[in-house]
Design a protein around this ligand. Structure first.
Ligand SMILES: [Zn+2]
Length: 642
């Protein structure tokens, strides 16, 4: 017991020493879409998303018992859920390959090049020969029931703090369908994303605090982005985070959409595991083990026929049944805290939701609950029906006869697992930073060789060509920038910017000051955008032209900014007529000219006159002079000529 005296503190109060105390370990599986025109094993377009569809296909994902293999928890779970799957198909984005009617085409060569390049950046040992494998997927997210995948490299590393984070492997694989909805026994998918090339990078569980996990995720994100060959935007990069604590189990949190959410999510999972281990200690103290665990269930519909508790009453009125489950010796334990504001009862409710498909919440009530549910006479009736004592906990679950039975069985299964420890499962990231059960973790035997495609040699020439086109690793770039003492907030954006190569040319070959160059390339475009201009017009080629003028002494530093402003405001750059800063006298002349044009109009409201004059002048000098400078000159002018 003394081994787990530690109690989790609120998230902001946890220290690195606290995480060491509980033996926090975490690793990442990063899924990143590659920027290709086509899908990985067919010639459909990649990255063309649409909610519209031409057809729907219905499939029953019901693995036969022979497919279940030896105790594969996922397969067994999908077998129990009896889902029907709907695929929505848009003929512009899917062909017969994705729907398993035609064999695969050869692998998409650009996707292979990009993945090999990224594998090099991760310092991985590349394979000489690609072997395509099938990875079993039984949740319906891939119509064929398997994903084609191939390992590109193994055993790499990236630098982090004073150590290395090990990269276990990098795989090139097909993306799965996009889920539209999952209600009751029906799950619906869009198929446009299916088959798009994706890399999966797996790190070793080398991160020791939640913050380290987020840091490493950021490094990996910037590393792949520095190639400029990956997709960005919603859903283009998705993190799975696995977490364990000392004595715990590796649990995967799936589909974390944003890196800043990782610290709280991993904290919550570590806390959950720690508290489940403490719950096991308590159960053992009460003499409850997997061997002595006892539970029964009975149909208690009759006893609850007249209940005033709405969720049960409404269900029974529609013809559903209610089952009562007794967990012997569990008194009070459904209120055992697992995560922040989350208790063991949620573990049970989640299982019932996912496995019995009872998705309307609440889907259980229990006798440990402090809130008003069933009347005490009703609890007594259930207690008598199940021959329960005061030391036991009662749980009620309701639904169709079949679902209520699956639910009752699942309640007992999950409670019994608590006597053993932490089940291997994948969990969903929730908005409040906690997580919920998603599915049982697949067994290790879900890979098998694909006989449709022959092995493919990775030639030395190919690797040499890719190596030449690779960007300098971001950590090398960043330490170079630090040596140059460029502003701290420019270092990271510049390292992944497509202008980083130009920056090196400017600094090394053209002897432009590093701070000036970095500010002009990274910070000034942001200012232009704030002023409503389009910095995208300042392309790399135009940047070069502008800096050429600067290098040749034709324009000053201000002239560089002015030229950028002009291009951002009006597009083209006329290198034969470099921009010059309008002097104070130039602006004054412009103000006079504008005033003359206004003279024929009667304007009685002085502030309005100032506004109109400023507007007229700005039309001519936008991007060259700040608005505030023009306003000041207009005011001076109006003082003289009110
Ligand atoms: Zn296709």
């Amino acid at each position: 017991m003394s081994d787990r005296d530690f109690l989790f503190k609120p998230f902001p109060e946890m220290t690195d020493a606290d995480y060491e105390e509980v033996g926090f370990r975490s690793g990442l599986e990063i899924h990143q879409q590659l920027l290709t025109e086509k899908k990985l094993f067919c010639r459909c377009p990649a990255g063309r998303y649409s909610e519209t569809y031409d057809a729907e296909i219905l499939r029953h994902m019901r693995p036969t018992l022979s497919e279940l293999g030896e105790y594969d928890g996922t397969a067994l779970m999908e077998f129990k859920t009896k889902k029907e799957i709907i695929y929505r198909i848009n003929r512009n984005t899917v062909c017969t390959y994705e729907m398993d009617d035609t064999p695969p085409f050869m692998i998409d060569e650009p996707a292979l090049d990009i993945s090999l390049g990224i594998a090099m950046l991760y310092n991985l040992n590349l394979v000489d020969e690609l072997h395509i494998a099938r990875k079993q997927y039984l949740d319906g997210s891939i119509p064929t029931g398997f994903q084609r995948t191939t390992i590109v490299g193994v055993n790499g590393w990236i630098p982090y703090k004073d150590r290395r984070i090990r990269i276990v492997q990098l795989g090139l694989e097909e993306d799965a369908c996009r889920e539209v909805s999952d209600v009751g026994h029906r799950r619906t998918y869009l198929t446009d994303r299916l088959g798009m090339p994706l890399i999966e990078t797996v790190t070793a569980p080398d991160m020791r605090t939640p913050q380290e996990v987020a840091d490493v995720a950021q490094i990996c994100r910037r590393l792949v982005r520095s190639t400029d060959r990956v997709r960005t935007g919603i859903g283009a990069a998705r993190e799975d985070v696995n977490v364990s604590v000392r004595g715990g189990t590796r649990v995967e949190i799936k589909g974390v959409p944003r890196i800043p959410r990782i610290p709280l999510l991993t904290y919550s999972e570590a806390m959950r595991q720690w508290n489940l281990l403490r719950l096991r200690d308590e159960l053992h103290r009460r003499g409850i083990t997997a061997e002595t665990f006892r539970s029964d269930f009975e149909d208690v519909t009759k006893s609850l026929q007249r209940t005033s508790y709405r969720p049960v009453r409404d269900a029974l009125e529609t013809g559903f049944v209610a089952n009562g489950v007794v967990l012997r010796g569990f008194r009070g334990l459904l209120n055992w805290q697992t995560q922040t504001n989350t208790y063991f009862s949620r573990e049970i409710s989640d299982r019932v939701r996912v496995v019995a498909c009872l998705t309307t919440l609440p889907n259980i009530v229990h006798s440990d609950s402090a809130s008003e549910t069933l009347a005490s006479a009703e609890w007594e009736a259930v207690r008598r029906a199940l021959k329960a004592t005061r030391d036991d906990t009662l749980v009620i679950v309701w639904g169709s006869k079949e679902d209520a039975k699956t639910g009752a069985q699942e309640i007992a299964i999950r409670a019994k697992e608590a006597t053993v420890g932490i089940p291997s499962e994948t969990r969903q990231a929730l908005h409040d930073g906690t997580n919920g059960f998603e599915r049982i973790l697949p067994g290790p035997d879900r890979m098998y060789p694909d006989t449709d495609l022959p092995p493919k040699k990775v030639t030395e020439e190919r690797l040499e060509r890719i190596r030449k086109s690779l960007p300098v690793p971001i950590w090398t770039r960043e330490s170079f920038y630090h040596e140059l003492h460029i502003p701290e907030d420019v270092v990271r954006p510049l390292a992944v910017s497509r202008l980083s190569g130009l920056f090196e040319t400017l600094v090394k070959d053209w002897k432009v000051g590093p701070t000036f160059a970095s500010v002009a390339l990274i910070q000034f475009p942001k200012r232009l955008r704030k002023r409503g201009l389009d910095p995208g017009r300042v392309t790399e080629a135009i940047f070069k032209d502008i800096f050429k003028l600067y290098k040749d002494g034709k324009i000053s530093r201000d002239g560089v900014y002015l030229a950028m402003s002009e291009v951002a405001a009006n597009s083209g750059l006329d290198a034969t007529d470099p921009p010059t800063v309008p002097s104070s006298a130039d602006i004054e002349a412009l103000v006079r000219r504008a005033a003359d044009r206004l003279a024929c109009l009667e304007i009685h409201n002085p502030p309005k006159r100032e506004h109109i004059l400023t507007g007229l002048v700005m039309n001519e000098v936008r991007g060259l002079v700040e608005g505030s400078a023009v306003t000041a000159q207009v005011r001076e002018f109006l003082k003289e000529r009110p």
